[in-house]
Ligand binder design. Structure first.
Ligand SMILES: [Zn+2]
Length: 127
């Protein structure tokens, strides 16, 4: 008896594409829990973040919503680069964009925000 048939019997329905999908989802969830090595999913995420950042640079002139900066903690800062050759090198970032409110910051402002963010997280972790 093959795996598909056994899975089909286990779930009480004929083995079709759904069982394969379920198995894939289970595997994905297992992979998601591992943090010791960078998984294929994390690498995809990094690449997608960079592509999204390049898209963001094209629409950068759009003004942030009024009042958004006042309530946003700017915890998800995405670096931007002037040239593709600099992509991925944080020290060469020309500035940062908040993913939540899309407000842009200079490299210095982004660094300061990231440092204070780490401080805020530390304070939350140590009561
Ligand atoms: Zn923000």
């Amino acid at each position: 008896m093959g795996l598909r048939e056994r899975l089909g019997r286990l779930f009480g329905k004929p083995a079709r594409g759904s069982t394969t999908l379920a198995a894939d989802r289970t595997r994905a969830n297992e992979m998601h829990g591992r943090e010791t090595t960078q998984t294929r999913y994390e690498q995809d995420g990094t690449r997608q973040r960079m592509e999204a950042e390049l898209d963001g640079q094209r629409t950068q002139r759009a003004a942030p919503a009024p009042g958004a900066a006042a309530v946003c903690a700017h915890t998800v800062l995405v670096a931007r680069w002037d040239t593709p050759a600099d992509l991925g090198h944080e020290e060469r970032a020309s500035g940062y964009t908040c993913e939540a409110c899309h407000q842009t910051f200079t490299a210095a402002e982004g660094t300061a925000l990231r440092q204070s963010e780490a401080e805020r997280v530390r304070q939350q972790l140590t009561p």
